[in-house]
Design a protein around this ligand. Sequence first.
Ligand SMILES: [Zn+2]
Length: 165
Amino acid sequence: MSQTTRLKIFREDHNFAAAHFLPEMGKCERLHGHNYYVSVEISAAPGPDNTVIDFNSINPLIKRICDGLDHRILLARDDKRIGLIVTEREIEAVVGSKRFVFPREDCVILPLPATTVELLAAHVCGLLAGELSVMIAGLEWVEAGVKEGASQMALHRVDMGKMVK
Ligand SMILES: [Zn+2]
């Protein structure tokens, strides 16, 4: 017999509003934004104190990740279709015949090949998995959901057994 305990965290304040664009994705090629909501689920064996983790310990981690993306322009560093020219004050993004120039402080350059909701979920999950793996002894997996819009979200899971350390 095996038993698992899972924690699910879906708080209204775990959200961020951000702008992005997706090359070669129809109307998503144009600069636009979303109100994203982040949910997190973790599976772990409870510790000697019969808890997995104090919710007050994990909530600030999620909030910090959201705040780092909030009211920013999200740019994909590893998208070969986007040329990013970063100067002290500005970031120029060249996509085909289009050219965007943003204040550098308003942008977040993510180590991703695209800023799709799937990869944003993977990014958030990776950050959380790294932090939670040292906080929770019996951690089995972490799943992050990023919801864009009312009816669609992407879920990404990092299994600690397969995590590259
Ligand atoms: Zn979008």
